[in-house]
Design a protein around this ligand. Structure first.
Ligand code: NAP
Length: 341
């Protein structure tokens, strides 16, 4: 019996595949093309990993063939694939439709070919599916595992980040709707993992390039900033890649995580917090990057709306890594790659 992992070529997907392999599962990894599958097989070099090429998520039948052929061998599904890039041409074509069709397509294929074999379905959502940007400055507001952003399909099409936030909400809501409507037909239990900005190392050092994946690029930009003007302002929430991957795999295993939205976030940060850790923990960056205003860090003084995940922390039952772990682990890998550590 196998775990089927989508988005397996991505930053998170590779860590999820790795976590599954380390726990002795056999993994079928969904990739966009066979070339990408071959590269993945080479990287992992593990006989318990196989790949299937599914093409583009926008095609509602992208998963048909896979479940027709392998459906009876798949016990767990972890659906990580979704567009997570901001350099796009069309909000609908490049973000909204693939995110929504991806989840609809895989769920319909399970229903058709693996209704009895798939026991757990875990999908990656995002904290952006639940926060309301317009209320983030309001300290009387709390977001938690029950929250949804108020965006509509039309209103989110103003900029890539809003479109992404919409895509994550619509995709996650499709999953819960399908689950409710098909409870008597499919056997699986649903859980969603809802991470904030995910920081941390790429699974393979060879995946470190000049530019990193969207979330880690925030840290990478600051590692290479020579003046404050090079740094884009940010005030957000983050978590560590190892905690996010672990949460996905626990969610296929643990009974108490079924039917839950798991909000995985451990810290609040601003660009200044990243600067503070870089300056304190990496002597080779001292004098190369700005110092900023160290007392303006927000980690221990969050302002505005509260994002609360006590329930998730209790359900998962392990301690999340800290902001320092997030920043330092990302930076160590970048500096090693550049021969500066
Ligand atoms: P990533 O590195 O860009 O990985 C995205 C994965 O999805 C890749 O395997 C990609 O395939 C696949 N994919 C994207 N669009 C596709 C399409 N149209 N058709 C087929 N495959 C497609 O991003 P990530 O950071 O690992 O994100 C993984 C998941 O975590 C996403 O659901 C994302 O929304 C969620 N998430 C990420 C963060 C974060 O901070 N990183 C935070 C919250 C939630 P290719 O490699 O072929 O492009």
């Amino acid at each position: 019996m196998s775990v089927f992992v989508t988005g397996a070529t991505g930053f998170l997907g590779k860590h999820v595949v790795n976590e599954c392999l380390e726990k002795n599962y056999s993994v079928i990894a969904a990739v966009r093309t066979q070339d990408k599958g071959d590269a993945l097989i080479k990287q992992f070099n593990n006989p318990r990993l196989t790949t299937v090429a599914i093409g583009d998520l926008e095609n509602l039948d992208a998963f048909e063939e896979t479940f027709k052929v392998h459906g009876k061998d798949i016990k767990f599904v972890i659906h990580c694939a979704s567009p997570a890039k901001w350099d796009i041409d069309s909000y609908e074509k490049d973000i909204l439709i693939p995110a929504r069709n991806g989840v609809l397509g895989i769920l319909e294929s399970i229903k058709k070919y693996a209704a009895d074999s798939v026991e757990r379905f875990v999908m990656t959502s995002s904290v952006m599916a639940l926060i309301d940007f317009s209320k983030m400055q309001d300290s009387s507001v709390t977001f938690n595992e029950d929250s949804w952003n108020p965006t509509t399909w039309e209103s989110c099409q103003t900029d890539p980040i809003s479109a992404y936030a919409g895509s994550k909400k619509f995709a996650e809501q499709e999953a819960w709707k399908f689950y409710k409507e098909n409870k008597d037909i499919v056997r699986f239990k649903l859980s969603t993992v809802i991470p904030s900005y995910i920081f941390g190392p790429q699974l393979f050092d060879e995946d470190v390039h000049e530019h990193l994946n969207t979330s880690n690029e925030t840290v990478n930009q600051i590692i290479h900033a020579t003046k404050l003007e090079d740094i884009s302002p940010i005030n957000a929430l983050c978590c560590h890649i190892h905690d996010v991957a672990k949460s996905h795999v626990l969610a296929i295993e643990e009974e108490n995580l079924a039917d839950e939205r798991l909000l995985v976030t451990s810290a609040t940060f601003a660009a200044q917090d990243i600067l503070n850790y870089l300056n304190a923990d990496f002597p080779q960056l001292k004098g190369m990057i700005p110092v900023g205003s160290p007392d303006k860090a927000v980690e221990n003084h969050p302002q505005g709306a509260v994002v609360e995940n006590k329930k998730t922390r209790e359900l998962l039952g392990f301690q999340f890594r800290t902001l320092k772990d997030c920043i330092d682990d990302t930076t160590i890998q970048v500096l090693k790659h550049e021969g500066r550590l």
